[in-house]
Write a new protein. Sequence first.
Length: 365
Amino acid sequence: MRRFATASPVIALALVVAACSSAATPAPTTAPTAAASAAGSPAASVTAVKTPVALPPAETTKLTVGLSNNLAINQFLSPLARDLGLFQKYGLTVEVISMAGGAGDVTKGLVSNALQFGIISAGTAMSAALTDSPLVSFALDSSALSYSLLGAKDVKTAADLKGKAIAISTLGDVSHAAVLATLARLNLKPTDILIQNIGNEANRITAVIAGSVAAAPVQSVNAAKVIAQGANLLVDLDTNPVKFGIAGLTTTKDFAKKNPNTILRYLAAMLEAEAVIFTKPALAATAYQNYSQLTADNAKAAIDSCIKIVCNKGLRFTAADFQLNKDVLVTINPGVAAVDIASVIDIGPLDKLKSMGFNDEIAFP
């Protein structure tokens, strides 16, 4: 697992200041004068002073969250919230860790209590529903498969893929779904190729460049830099996006039951971080460049892709958003067909924040 450092002091300070200013509670409306009230006009009516939203205290304040793909822009909200000082603002101390084994390692971390939260797809929670350690997802960071299938230097056509290995993170996760979707675009069947579990996107990129696998799914925003190293573009799903519940805040049902207020505060930080992406993209791009070590142009392209295609504004979802996740899982685990999607997702905390007026307070776009 890899631990990521926070932003440099200069950038971090700039981000915190910007975040605090953007998230400030609107100033109370000035009460009218007695003379104005006496006039009896509609404009003279007394306006109530707006009370800041008070979130209940967190049950657990020290947390570790595991990312299943640290290179994914759709998993940037937790690192961004950390680097903007938003977790601290909401009374949480959060360590963000990249799990080299992808969703599989995140799930193990959640089950062992080494992690309190994971950023993984609800599909993983569906698989866990058949075990003694069920999971539940509370937010959807991304609902589009913004992936490209890249071939090794000697893999340029669909025919070149037949009988060869394609790297994924974990069976049933987003990388597996991306492979199935791209194979369909190439008029290939899953039985035409071999699936090889490699781990997260960094591992998949290394494998395809080295030629140890024939191809690998890579986030479309990262495709150019891999192609520059000798890989070949076989399919770009962004030309016709596929709806899929890619990544979201997930934890064990046991932790969720004991820590509802912690979940509420974590989601508050995520929402405020997402508001920065949508309202201050230049600031977000600088933060992403610092975090990912991409060039300024590539970081900007990633944020643009997030706003236009990848990221799920508001983090909200319905069961329908995860139907494709379920369909993919059923191909490898028929038992998932019996899992009720509604049993592994919970929109309640996001609804509560909205009903409390939190979204309005941070001026969520």
